[in-house]
Design a protein. Structure first.
Length: 430
């Protein structure tokens, strides 16, 4: 597909993608690659469904929350279907025997918490008090768990596996992953490369590390102390998404006539964490490797470093500095050779790779977070430009998982659910 299509046609196409990926009890991220319900995918899908089928959106939220652990963690995947088409599947995670695990097969990791935000969009589109009463306390328990288990002295929220960031093979994790001891000669099972060319996916060396970390997390029931984990990483992107979600959760409590003070207090502490992560020499927010207790200079070259815009927590000159990187063609913005933005890694970075997963391609969910972030930061013209650019990309090239910034050609999974859902949101809620 190369020509732009009319907005109504695009909206219909997006609905058709969501219908295609609807497995009855949940909507899969894509038709083949990911046969389960992923956490932040479900939240972003809910945002799109809110405009076209609110009842189906409410079902999506209920389904995800059925995977909640008794201590509050909402898992990164719920495996609703038995399948051998995904690795590592439910049998590798092996959560069912662990005390506190839900009755459905899940993982013991989590993902960026966009669910409260999604529920707010849904409620504002189609108010339903009974629904809020049934889900808001569960989301509160998840946020409380994140605050209890993952808030660190750095002020940033810790992730214990790159999969928890949602930006799996981003170069910002390279150095921390190098320190994870693995047998580099060991065989590694891959199912993902049956569906997508290997040059668009993480390497075997990365998968070895992902699986080694999974194994060590499993041995501790997926609850190691952040101070003893083999990989513990203060993530600016995750922290920013949670900060926005805390504000949205406080609004949801307000709809229920309850105070949301706990959410606002947690949000305040996340704000302090982000504030602390600002590096005045690099003029950006930097992640922190919590194992070596050092800033990660590379993280400023990765798109997640721009996400403090999203909860409106990059004020004044900081917001301007992030917005100028976002627009600069040598960084994340469109350039002559790379006309499609936002690239997930800066073109300056030696590891920038326009086709490989989270190491360069454009992702519609990141563009969406940044559009909403520019709006939250009062940069409406910039937000409008990125919105039009993103809709143009999807309209010309189809609803892919990610896109080559040089050509706009779709990569990874075709008919990708969050691309479809967020396109609907961008069309319906400019
Ligand atoms: C990708 O991650 C999974 C592991 O969780 C994978 O590659 O197998 C990431 O893009 C992640 O952000 C996303 O939630 C997931 C499903 O779309 O796929």
């Amino acid at each position: 597909m190369t020509g732009a299509v009319a907005a109504t046609t695009l909206r219909d196409q997006a609905r058709a993608v969501l219908a295609k990926n609807d497995r009855g009890s949940f909507i899969a991220p894509g038709p083949h690659q990911y046969p389960g319900q992923w956490n932040w995918d479900a939240a972003l899908i809910t945002i799109g469904l809110a405009h076209v089928d609110p009842a189906r959106a409410r079902h999506e939220v209920h389904q995800l929350l059925q995977g909640q652990w008794s201590d509050g963690l909402v898992p990164h995947i719920v495996f609703w279907e038995k399948t051998s088409d995904y690795f590592p599947g439910a049998e590798v995670w092996d959560c069912l025997p662990i005390s506190g695990a839900p009755k459905v097969p899940v993982t013991g990791l989590t993902q960026p918490p966009a669910l409260a935000t999604a529920i707010r969009v849904l409620h504002e589109r189609d108010p339903d008090r009974g629904f809020l009463e049934s889900v808001v306390p569960a989301v509160e328990r998840w946020h409380d768990w994140l605050n209890r288990e993952r808030r660190t002295d750095s002020g940033l929220v810790a992730i214990l596996h790159p999969w928890e960031s949602g930006t799996d093979d981003s170069p910002r994790f390279d150095r921390a992953l190098e320190a994870v001891h693995v047998d580099d000669a060991s065989a590694v099972t891959r199912r993902d490369t049956r569906h997508v060319p290997p040059e668009q996916r993480p390497t075997d060396a990365q998968y070895r590390r992902y699986l080694t970390l999974l194994e060590s997390l499993r041995r501790s029931g997926y609850r190691p102390a952040t101070t003893s984990a083999a990989f513990a990483y203060g993530d600016v992107g995750f922290t920013s998404i949670l900060a926005r979600a805390e504000e949205d959760l406080a609004s949801l409590w307000a709809y229920l006539g309850e105070p949301g003070d706990r959410c606002l207090q947690r949000r305040e502490s996340l704000r302090r964490g982000l504030d602390h992560a600002w590096d005045s020499r690099a003029r950006c927010f930097l992640d922190r490797d919590l194992v070596s207790d050092a800033e990660v200079p590379d993280s400023g070259d990765c798109v997640a470093s721009l996400l403090p815009l999203y909860p409106g927590m990059a004020a004044g000159r900081r917001a301007k500095s992030l917005a100028s990187r976002l627009e600069d063609g040598e960084w994340f913005g469109p350039s002559e050779d790379h006309p499609w933005a936002v690239s997930s890694v800066s073109k300056n970075h030696p590891e920038f790779d326009p086709m490989r997963y989270w190491r360069g391609p454009v992702w519609v969910n990141m563009n969406w977070f940044l559009i909403r972030g520019l709006q939250a930061s009062g940069m409406h013209e910039e937000a409008g430009g990125l919105r039009a650019h993103t809709i143009d990309l999807v309209s010309r090239h189809g609803m892919f998982e990610y896109y080559d910034p040089r050509t706009g050609l779709g990569l990874g999974s075709p008919d990708f659910s969050w691309t479809a859902a967020l396109t609907i949101d961008l069309l319906d809620r400019p």
